[in-house]
Design a protein. Structure first.
Length: 511
């Protein structure tokens, strides 16, 4: 399986000697090979890798073993191991798709030019998919776009091709086109790994974190040990603030994921707990391996600022902002580091684009107002006013975005929109609180959901919808089934025609 953002996974697998050790010794190689074949067919690539490593130790030149080892390595994203086995295959024993396999291995090793040469004029769905990805790898995005269009015209129902095209369009910023392609891929073959992973990626971009988590989880279960699925799942759990789930996801990656990946996720986990010294220690220990990861660089800088080392944070964030001036997170964190280093004027300069932005959040405007105040900037009043009193047009847009996200089930977007509304209001609107509670519940954040539901109920204790949300959450989480059922009963009496409330009450009564 080849995807552009997986080209750096080579070398993260269990080393050959260690895999042999894990597999044990003394078992008949023929039995191990038969087991490896079954494991490969069942997508249990990690287990198959261990068995195949043991078989290769006994039969290093067996063509059948070498071919399966190469296919298994490709399935795990290891182009180095795959290429080594493919090179050892004698000419008469090479499979018909040998060129495709070697091209895929070359792509995984980051050698896009070699991959294109190996593909020749192959016009199969996978040949055209790999050719388009190779063009991406060489930086020819326009050519890749044309290649994907031509490939889809010839093979409109190939799930892997559709998934690759979706990820390409997503990387180009066209989320709507990516979603359309993913939906076609899922319709063509909903059990195909690339389709599930692409769906998770697009869902994340859409703000539908619940769907993203579900897709990653489905992929991880169907393809045990799959690194992109496990890493993606861990990342979404981190975005949701579900520390228990993230902790378990990190454990699941041990022995499969790269040290750098595990280090970064562990640092994210520590950051959610405010353990900034631990964040710094973790990232510092693997700094060389994380050098090409901007997200790790930003997290490292956040830790430095929190630990009273803003100048070091600025040294890391400054070059990042030069490379990515559109990145709001980098701009925000750099301004915080500048303020912590008593450079208010520098923070104003960093944040000034927010002053003219129609989409600037209240948080960003408040940060700008603070910087302007400390710098004695004459524009302070306008920044402060916009932060405290958003225009009716801006508030209307926020409410519309939140409502649209709720209707579409894009719970992550809904939470983000309602959070912005909460930041510029008194935080007591029962509708906003109730919708925040429901959105968080759909994302699996039960504690946050209950907190908002209780706040909504305190503001509107007789509203049936508010009573239903709190009642159902108390029942479904097992926090207080008796009180929850009573609330649902009262809500049903007040709104006897509401099917959702009636359904929740029926479920509660079953218990």
């Amino acid at each position: 399986m080849v995807e552009i953002d997986r080209m750096k996974t080579a070398g993260v697998l269990v080393p050959l000697a260690f895999a042999v050790m894990l597999a044990g010794c003394g078992e008949d190689p023929a039995k191990r090979f038969a087991r490896a074949q079954q494991e490969f067919a069942g997508h249990e690539y990690v287990a198959a890798q261990a068995d195949l490593a043991a078989v290769l130790a006994a039969k290093p030149d067996d063509p059948a073993v070498l071919e399966l080892h190469a296919r298994n390595a490709l399935a795990m994203g290891d182009g180095v191991a795959a290429g080594a086995s493919l090179d050892k295959l004698p000419q008469p024993r090479r499979p018909r798709d040998y060129a495709l396999l070697t091209a895929e291995a070359a792509l995984l090793r980051g050698n896009a030019k070699q991959a294109r040469a190996l593909l020749g004029t192959d016009a199969s769905p996978q040949g055209q998919r790999l050719r388009a990805l190779a063009l991406v790898g060489t930086g020819d995005k326009a050519g890749a776009g044309r290649a994907f269009d031509a490939a889809l015209a010839a093979h409109p129902a190939d799930a892997r091709l559709l998934a690759a095209a979706a990820r390409f369009r997503l990387a180009e910023g066209d989320t709507a086109a990516a979603r359309a392609l993913v939906d076609r891929a899922l319709k063509a073959d909903g059990s195909q790994l690339d389709a599930m992973l692409a769906d998770a990626k697009v869902s994340t971009a859409e703000g539908d974190l619940a769907r993203a988590l579900s897709s990653y989880d489905k992929a991880a279960k169907a393809y045990p040990g799959n690194l992109p699925a496990l890493v993606g799942k861990a990342g979404v759990l981190g975005d949701l603030g579900r520390t228990d789930g993230l902790e378990q996801a990190i454990k699941d990656l041990k022995g499969i994921g790269s040290d750098a990946e595990i280090t970064y996720l562990s640092a994210r986990l520590a950051a959610t707990k405010g353990q900034w010294q631990k964040v710094r220690d973790l990232l510092q220990a693997d700094e060389a391996k994380l050098a090409d990861r901007d997200d790790a660089g930003v997290l490292y800088a956040q830790a430095l600022t929190a630990l009273g080392q803003p100048e070091q944070a600025r040294a890391r964030l400054g070059p990042l902002l030069l490379r990515h001036p559109e990145n709001l997170l980098v701009r925000r964190e750099l301004a915080k580091a500048q303020l912590a280093g008593h450079d208010a004027a520098g923070a104003v300069a960093t944040l000034r684009p927010f002053a003219t932005s129609k989409t600037a959040s209240a948080e960003d405007l408040r940060l700008l107002a603070r910087a302007a105040k400390e710098a004695g900037d004459v524009d302070l009043a306008s920044f402060d006013a916009r932060a405290r009193y958003p225009s009716p047009r801006a508030m209307g847009a926020l409410l519309a975005n939140a409502d649209q996200a709720m209707q579409k089930g894009n719970w992550g977007n809904a939470v983000a929109a309602y959070d912005q509304i909460m930041a510029v209001t008194d935080g007591r609107n029962p509708l906003v609180l109730n919708n925040l509670a429901w959105a968080h519940s759909q994302l699996g954040n039960s504690d946050k959901a209950l907190e908002y539901a209780r706040r909504a109920w305190r503001e509107a204790p007789t509203d049936p919808s508010v009573m239903d949300t709190l009642g159902w959450l108390l029942v479904s989480t097992g926090k207080d089934r008796a009180k929850g059922t009573a609330l649902l009963r009262d809500a049903a009496a007040k709104a006897p025609q509401n099917p959702t409330i009636q359904k929740h009450l029926a479920e509660a009564n079953k218990g």
